[in-house]
Design a protein around this ligand. Structure first.
Ligand code: SF4
Length: 386
């Protein structure tokens, strides 16, 4: 996987190993995360300081977990971090764990990532490395806690927060690998340095995984709030039909969209979010309905199959989308897809059905012309009816 950068924004990917780790008090750690305006880089974009504060409330020493599970098939940034600058993630985790007086610090590494460099970096930092089983939902916080506790890697009770009761029943802080790397750099260089990049309301840089119809797929580091077009240009000249922003649970931003910044504000009209920084470029040679059907089918199979929406709803939604991709002449398919989308949304124990429904709804909206042609038995990319 190649790495790229926008102008002089390479911070994470050019960081050198650190010597002695700074020793922070819990209050200093909290103040750094808060003043920096650091948000989680794993998907939800939650303010890091709020998560840290949540585990300082209880009496028991917390467990701190670095999340490098990378269950999203279109994301490569955890792999790049752990092979290029593993010490950055490990040191960020060690700094947080020491500041919080943690019972244990664990770096959870997904099966697709070689943990060798991380194990070497962790040797002298008091960090355990757990090379775990994967799957799309295995990286969700409660699924990760379950697996670390020896249970199946499926999401747990949404009413029990892992910050209250997590690994070994202790308060558990789960931070994404990139978030930890950023936090480690903030501890090293300070808040002002961190805020030099990005936007005042959304500072710092982020890693973006670029894939699809591009010359150079890879991971690029760019300031928060960069223009989508500028970030994509780092992967070579691209002429997209649309970009799937946010991965398999994300949404499409059409190429016709005016200069779109990778911000919550600019992406909101498309139902998208920066999330874990996944940008997948759809070229003119790929049928978007076929692609979405493939993703929906994958997501239906990747559920933990313990809630109604995932057992019944997602397979039916994926099947209807597959029939639409196959140009089955059934005018009821769009309303069936919409019915399933509404039925599964907000009904699961985790956000998996909602994320799947979001991607499907975006497909039906952005590619409405393709939907019409498919219903008429034609696809400009795949040809006539199968
Ligand atoms: S909603 Fe789906 S993925 Fe989430 S816990 Fe329930 S069955 Fe598992």
């Amino acid at each position: 996987m190649t790495t790229m950068t926008l102008s002089d924004t390479r911070r994470l990917l050019a960081a050198e190993p650190m010597g002695t780790l700074p020793r922070l008090s819990p209050d200093t750690l909290l103040a750094l995360a808060d003043d920096a305006g650091l948000t989680g880089r794993g998907g939800a974009g939650f303010p890091t300081a709020i998560k840290v504060r949540a585990v300082t409330q209880g009496r028991r020493a917390p467990v701190v977990v670095g999340n490098a599970m990378e269950g999203e098939p279109l994301s490569y940034k955890d792999a790049v971090l752990l092979t290029r600058v593993p010490y950055l993630v490990v040191d960020g985790l060690a700094i947080v764990a020491r500041a919080l007086g943690a019972h244990e610090a664990v770096l959870a590494v997904g099966p697709e990532i070689d943990p060798t460099a991380a194990i070497e970096a962790a040797r002298t930092r008091g960090v355990q490395v757990a090379h775990l089983e994967g799957g799309f939902v295995a990286g969700q916080e409660s699924a990760l806690v379950n697996q670390l506790d020896g249970r199946p890697a499926i999401p747990g009770d949404p009413l029990v927060r892992v910050t209250t009761r997590g690994v070994y029943g202790r308060p558990t802080l789960v931070l994404n690998a990139e978030t930890l790397a950023q936090l480690g750099l903030i501890a090293r260089h300070g808040v002002a340095w961190f805020r030099e990049a990005g936007l005042p309301e959304d500072p710092g840089t982020s890693l973006f995984s670029i894939s699809g119809s591009v010359e150079h797929a890879g991971v690029v580091e760019a300031p928060r709030g960069s223009l989508l077009g500028d970030v994509l240009a780092s992967a070579g000249p691209v002429h997209p039909v649309a970009v799937l922003v946010g991965g398999f649970h994300g949404a499409w931003v059409p190429a016709t969209a005016p200069a779109t910044r990778l911000t919550a504000h600019d992406l909101k009209p498309y139902g998208a979010a920066v999330g874990a920084g996944v940008l997948h470029v759809l070229g003119h040679d790929t049928c978007p309905i076929r692609m979405a059907a493939g993703i929906a089918g994958y997501l239906a199979e990747e559920s933990a199959a313990q809630c109604g929406p995932c057992i019944n709803g997602l397979p039916r939604m994926a099947d209807a989308l597959e029939r639409l991709a196959d140009r089955v002449p059934d005018p009821g398919l769009p309303s069936e897809i919409d019915r399933m989308r509404l039925l599964v949304t907000g009904r699961g124990a985790c956000a998996h059905p909602d994320g799947t429904a979001r991607m499907v709804a975006s497909t039906m909206r952005v590619f409405a012309d393709h939907v019409s042609r498919h219903l008429a038995g034609h696809c400009e990319i795949e040809g006539g009816r199968r």
